[in-house]
Design a binder for this molecule. Structure first.
Ligand code: EPU
Length: 420
């Protein structure tokens, strides 16, 4: 079993580059199958999930190449593609579900293995299904697969999502752009990664109005064309490096960022006492004292992202004062808090609230990184805990952070990947 061996490190200092967003590139790769021909994506992160999505697309009949030196993925989509996503891939990566909308749009049918629950919650698919049914799909489940058929093709519809779900918005939008007629989709998610997807669909020939707002007006087109697209920067990776700078009282310049996608995050980080300067695509984060505790409430964008909640709990665990962190997206995302408590954090969960009383010192121990963000947060905690911390289940971190250990050591952290 691989683990991260983390030693207490001094202030992290230096430069780090943020790649394209995991939660955008996977959907852009899925969207590529809606157009026959060669789609090129640049600024692609070097993460495990990109490889899993590439394998899924290959099984549908596409040729996929990932050039690590240029951070480019090319996807050559044939005239006829398969319509099945198998359990072995879907269970490894829940985002496989994002081929659903593109497959029904392109083939009129999709068989997708049901992903089941995962480490951060039960994660329903009802909102995806309700939207697709309105667009003319019949949906049922059989032998662990979701069987979706649009025998008479897709047609435009008025759809109001029960909740601004990221995944449901993406599937519904990708299906609607190739449906016959007009669709009005209300209460959509507004995450920067959704905006990125819509921008790429427009380049492919889709007609979408209202991008970035909570209502999208879509006029279906007959076909889409392949395109070239630069993936939006990963605001969660950028936030993780900023939090690392604050926790270790360091000074990090983060390159390749889109600060305007991080307004609330940067405001909260400034509230810790950090000095944050943003110039073009660069953020400089420096901290000279112990951070102040800050309250956090996770909400769909432009609210505070749930994907930075574990990192903020780690920060609050060593801050001066107490804080309340409220999680509104994933019911099991506090699971990692018990691991943080093994490092000596004073954390108390009550429903979807977590009370964190800051301590001046954590104490190294072996802990389990239960999901991608939990794993990263425990490493950050290990950097300021005394002695040595081992974080296991590192494959979760590899799913979302490219060159995690290399980037950390480049900033002066004492972290190694070891066999346990
Ligand atoms: N939900 C339903 N029914 C649905 C869809 C969603 O009940 O049909 C619920 C979910 O169970 C959850 C909430 O709505 O409680 C939010 O889910 P959403 O659909 O918005 O999230 P997602 O598409 O499954 C993406 C990201 C997550 C990120 C969330 C929220 C990808 C691959 N994943 O998930 O990223 O936390 O949006 O921003 O884009 C991560 O990167 O660590 C990660 C978990």
């Amino acid at each position: 079993m691989e683990a991260f061996r983390v030693e207490r490190s001094g202030p992290l200092k230096g430069e780090v580059h943020v790649p394209g967003a995991k939660n955008s590139v996977l959907k852009l790769m899925a969207a590529s199958i809606m157009a026959e021909g060669l789609t090129t994506l640049t600024n692609v992160p070097e993460i495990l999930d990109v490889e899993i999505m590439a394998e899924l697309l290959r099984r549908l009949g596409c040729k996929v190449e990932h050039d690590l030196t240029t951070a480019t993925v090319t996807i050559d989509v044939p005239a006829k593609i398969g319509h099945k996503a198998d359990y072995d891939l879907v269970r490894k990566m829940r985002a496989s579900i994002s081929v659903l909308g593109p497959l029904v749009a392109r083939c009129g049918e999709a068989d997708i293995a049901l992903p089941g629950g995962d480490a951060i919650g039960s994660r329903g698919l009802d909102i995806h299904m309700q939207g697709l049914e309105k667009l003319g799909c019949h949906v049922h489940s059989e032998h662990g697969y979701l069987i979706v058929r649009a025998e008479n093709g897709l047609h435009g519809a008025n759809i109001a999502l029960d909740f601004p779900s990221v995944g449901a918005t993406e599937n519904v939008v990708m299906a609607a752009v190739l449906a016959k007629g007009n669709s009005n989709v209300d209460n959509v998610a507004r995450e920067p990664e959704i905006v990125d997807l819509c921008n790429m669909l427009v380049k492919m020939g889709a007609k979408i109005n209202g991008i970035g707002s909570s209502v999208l007006e879509i006029t279906g087109v007959e076909k889409l064309n392949p395109t070239t697209h630069h993936v939006v920067p990963d605001r969660i990776v950028a936030g993780t490096w900023a939090i690392a700078a604050i926790m270790t009282q360091g000074d990090i310049t983060i390159h390749g960022v889109k600060p305007s996608d991080m307004d609330l995050v940067l405001e909260k980080l400034r509230d810790t006492g950090a000095e944050i300067k943003s110039v073009d695509d660069r953020l400089n984060v420096s901290m000279h004292t112990r951070p102040k505790a800050v309250d956090i409430v996770t909400l769909p964008y432009p609210g505070f992202p749930t994907d930075l909640q574990p990192q903020m709990i780690a920060l609050n665990a060593i801050a001066t004062g107490s804080s309340m962190v409220t999680e509104n997206l994933f019911e099991a995302r506090f699971r990692f808090v018990n691991e943080l408590a093994r490092l000596g954090a004073d954390v108390k969960i009550n429903g979807h609230h977590c009370l964190v009383r800051g301590k001046d010192q954590l104490s190294g121990a072996p802990v389990e990184g239960t999901d991608v963000r939990a794993g990263a947060s425990l490493v950050l905690a290990g950097l300021v805990a005394d002695d040595v911390t081992y974080v296991t289940e590192v494959h979760h971190v590899d799913r979302g952070y490219s060159n995690f250990v290399e980037n950390l050591t480049g900033l002066g952290a004492n972290v190694k990947r070891v066999e346990m």
